[in-house]
Design a protein around this ligand. Structure first.
Ligand code: AMP
Ligand code: MG
Length: 432
C-alpha cells in the first residue's frame, strides 16, 4: 500500500488570500439522475491501467489480468489423508474389534517419499499423512484402529468404512481447470490455490495513479494551531484512505485557498495522473472557484451536479487521459460521491469484473420522513436479526458531521420520490 506523505507538495494556504469567482454559477441547469451520471462516468473509462507481472506472494489484493489455470493434477498423486497403514480393502473386510486381521508390514512411507513396494495380499505399509499410496494399496486404515504388538506385524481392528482416507490424484483440481478469471481480486485463499497449482507469478493491474487536491481557505493541516475560522483539512486524508484502499497509488498534490490562480498553477503542474480528485469549492457560493478554474485549466466538463443527497455538486470531466472529479467539500458528501462514482471508475480502470460497492437488500429498522426530489444515500448500520438483515439508519445524517461515518457499514438508498420510509420496508443497501 502506498505511504501517506505530508510534505507531498502541500501549498501553504496561509500566504495567499482568497478571491471571488469571476463568473456567475449556472444554477438553473437540470440535475442528472444518479444512474445517468454513473453511466456517463463508466463510459468515460475507455481503457484499463497497464498490467505487470508479479510474484504470487505480492499479488494479494491486486486485480488479475489473466485467467489462472492449473497445469497439473492436484494432488499430483493418490495420497494418504491419515497417519496409519496402507492396505488392500479386501484383506481387512472381516476385521473387527474382536477378530482383528493381522498383516505383514513391508514398508514405511513418510510424506515426500515414494515407496518402491508393490503391496500384495496380506501386506500393509506404514504410511504418514500426505505420503503417496504404494502401488497395490487402495485404502488407509487410521493408526487408531490398529495395534503393532509384534515387530513386523500389525493388527487391524476395523474394516474400511465409507471413508478410505485416500485423496485421489486430481480430486481437488484436474489439469486445465481454471482456478480464477481475469478481473478477480486476489484473496489469500486464491494465493494458496495458485501455489497449489505451481503458479509462481501472475499478471495484475498496475495501481491507477490518483492526485488529490483540497481547496478551501479555511483549511489547515492537523498539527497546526487553529486560528479564527480555520478547520483541519479532512478530505486529503479521507480521500487518500479511500483511494489507497481501492488499490490506487495516491499522491496528495496540494491544499489551496479559494483563489483561482493558485488552483490553476497547481493543476497545471500535475497532468500525468489517471484520476484527479478535487474537493471543496464545487458549489454555487461566491468563493466556489473550482468549477470555473477547472475550465480555465483545460478540463473538459462532462457533467456537473447530480440529483442525489448528499453529494449534489459533483463535477466530472476530463483533461487529456486524466478523469477529473470535483467533489463537494463536506467530508460526508465527498465520501458518498467517492463510493457512488469514483470507486466504480477506479474498479473499471483496474479491469475488475464488477464495479463499485456491492449491493443487496435489507429490512429497515426505523422510519423517516423526507422531502422528495433527490435520491438519498443514508448512513446506516446493518444488524442480523434471525434470518434477516436489518438496516438501522443513523440519527445524524447532516453532511457536515463526519463522526457517524465511522459507525456506518452500509448506505441505504431512498428513491427520489419517496416522502417516507417505514420500519419493515425492504430497501436497497450498499455495503461499505
Ligand atoms: P465547500 O464545498 O467548499 O462549500 O465546503 C463545504 C463545507 O465543507 C464547508 O463547511 C467547508 O469548510 C467544508 N470543507 C471543505 N473542504 C474540506 C476539507 N478538506 N476538510 C474538511 N472540511 C472541508
Ligand atoms: Mg469552500
Amino acid at each position: 500500500m502506498p505511504t501517506f506523505s505530508l510534505d507531498d507538495g502541500f501549498h501553504d494556504a496561509s500566504r495567499t488570500v482568497p478571491g471571488k469567482r469571476m463568473t456567475p454559477p449556472e444554477v438553473d441547469r437540470p440535475l442528472l439522475a444518479y444512474e445517468t451520471a454513473l453511466g456517463i462516468c463508466l463510459s468515460a473509462v475507455d481503457r484499463c491501467v497497464p498490467e505487470e507481472t508479479v510474484d504470487i506472494a505480492k499479488s494479494l489484493g491486486r486485480v488479475l489480468r489473466q485467467d489462472v489455470t492449473s497445469g497439473i493434477a492436484v494432488p499430483p498423486f493418490d495420497k494418504s489423508a491419515m497417519d496409519g497403514y496402507a492396505v488392500k480393502q479386501d484383506d481387512v473386510k472381516s476385521a473387527s474389534e474382536k477378530k482383528p486381521v493381522v498383516l505383514k508390514v513391508v514398508d514405511e512411507i513418510p510424506a515426500g517419499t515414494v515407496s518402491d513396494v508393490v503391496l500384495r495380499s496380506g501386506e500393509a505399509a506404514r504410511i504418514m499423512t500426505g505420503a503417496p499410496l504404494p502401488v497395490g494399496a487402495d485404502a488407509v486404515i487410521r493408526l487408531e484402529k490398529t495395534e503393532s504388538a509384534q515387530a513386523g506385524l500389525v493388527q487391524v481392528y476395523g474394516k474400511v468404512d465409507e471413508n478410505n482416507y485416500v485423496i485421489y490424484k486430481g480430486q481437488d483440481l484436474l489439469p486445465g481447470t481454471r482456478v480464477a478469471s481475469a478481473g478477480t481480486i486476489v484473496e489469500p485463499a486464491l494465493m494458496g490455490i495458485m501455489a497449489n497449482c505451481g503458479v509462481c507469478d501472475v499478471k495484475v493491474s498496475c495501481p491507477p495513479s490518483v492526485g488529490i487536491i483540497s481547496t478551501g481557505s479555511e483549511l489547515v493541516p492537523p498539527g497546526t494551531r487553529l486560528q479564527g475560522g480555520q478547520i483541519y483539512d479532512v478530505n486529503s486524508y479521507l480521500l487518500y484512505g479511500l483511494c489507497a484502499m481501492a488499490g490506487c497509488d495516491v499522491s496528495i498534490l496540494g491544499r489551496v485557498v479559494d483563489k483561482s490562480c493558485d488552483l490553476l498553477s497547481l493543476l497545471n503542474s500535475h497532468s500525468d495522473v489517471d484520476l484527479l480528485l478535487l474537493s471543496g469549492g464545487m458549489s454555487v457560493g461566491d468563493y466556489d472557484i473550482v468549477h470555473e478554474t477547472l475550465k480555465r485549466a483545460g478540463v473538459e466538463e462532462i457533467f456537473w451536479r447530480v440529483r442525489i443527497k448528499p453529494g449534489k455538486p459533483l463535477f466530472f470531466g476530463r483533461r487529456g487521459s486524466a478523469l477529473v472529479f470535483g467533489l463537494p467539500g463536506n467530508p460526508v458528501s465527498s465520501a458518498t460521491n467517492f463510493y457512488l462514482f469514483v470507486l466504480p471508475v477506479i474498479d473499471k480502470l483496474l479491469g475488475k469484473s464488477s464495479w463499485g460497492l456491492e449491493t443487496g437488500y435489507a429490512v429497515l429498522g426505523n422510519s423517516m420522513l423526507f422531502r422528495p426530489g433527490r435520491r438519498k444515500f443514508l448512513r446506516a448500520k446493518l444488524r442480523r436479526d434471525g434470518a434477516s438483515h436489518v438496516a438501522w439508519v443513523l440519527n445524524e445524517q447532516r453532511s457536515g458531521v463526519l463522526s457517524p461515518m465511522v459507525d456506518a457499514d452500509i448506505l441505504v438508498e431512498v428513491p427520489e420520490d419517496a416522502r417516507m420510509v417505514k420500519d419493515g420496508d425492504v430497501v436497497k443497501v450498499y455495503y461499505l
